[in-house]
Design a protein around this ligand. Structure first.
Ligand code: C5P
Length: 220
């Protein structure tokens, strides 16, 4: 079959990453975590002492960070200037700063171009997860999924992942980040008109995976 391109968007804590990796792994497709790329460039900015309250300072240096994403769903990798940043990009510090960096149009233009070239070179197809994949990065994707979940379900999942983290604080941080991501001018978090919306609040991960695999099967 021809390479299939799947876009999976939605706010954080809806099961995007777990679903995308499992679906790609089951179907032998590549996998791209675009949030990791925005986190990686944010990590680079923090590491280089860039003033993140100044969008023009961010824009001026955005092209300097060399981000490389490994697309094996069973072992995804991410490096910046050759440094493995898979761990450091998940800190609360980077998480709290990423929305300011990802809102800068020059950053989005660079990363969008990188994402398109990765998707184009995936021979068997690819599952790409993010916020603006169906709307902006890959508007011609074969299948677009928009995952949602109640704020309670999302915060509970994230707190579970962060082991012992305060559920209420996690929920507040999540809402703050989603509000920033949804309200920015350049390619905000949004459901594409032709995306299939799946509310994962009452579903197990396995059920969400099956749902997406079935939808892909219908497209092939
Ligand atoms: O998915 P994850 O939580 O790792 O994404 C981190 C951040 O990267 C988001 O909060 C958002 O600011 C940014 N992002 C984006 N566009 C994407 C994916 C992520 O702006 N396609």
């Amino acid at each position: 079959p021809a390479a299939v391109i799947v876009a999976i968007d939605g706010p954080s804590g809806t099961g995007k990453s777990s679903t995308s990796k499992a679906v790609a792994s089951q179907l032998g497709l590549s996998y791209l975590d675009t949030g990791a790329q925005y986190r990686a460039i944010t990590w680079w900015m923090v590491n280089n002492g860039i003033d993140l309250t100044d969008p023009s300072a961010i824009a001026a240096v955005a092209a300097k960070a060399e981000i490389i994403s490994g697309t094996d769903p069973n072992a995804p990798t991410i490096t910046v200037d050759g440094v493995d940043v898979a761990g450091p990009i998940r800190t609360t510090d980077v998480t709290s700063k990423v929305s300011a960096v990802s809102a800068v149009p020059e950053v989005r233009a660079l990363i969008t171009e990188l994402q398109r070239s990765i998707a184009a070179s995936a021979e068997k197809g690819i599952v790409v997860e993010g916020r603006d994949i169906g709307t902006t990065v890959l508007p011609d994707a074969d299948l677009k999924i928009f995952l949602t979940a109640s704020p309670e379900a999302r915060a509970a999942r994230r707190s579970g992942e962060l082991k012992g983290a305060d559920v209420k604080a996690t929920q507040e941080a999540l809402i703050k980040r989603d509000t920033a991501d949804s309200s920015r001018k350049t390619s905000p978090l949004a459901k594409a008109d032709d995306a299939v919306e799946v509310d994962t609040s009452e579903l197990t991960l396995q059920q969400v995976i099956e749902c997406v695999v079935t939808l892909i099967g219908e497209k092939r």
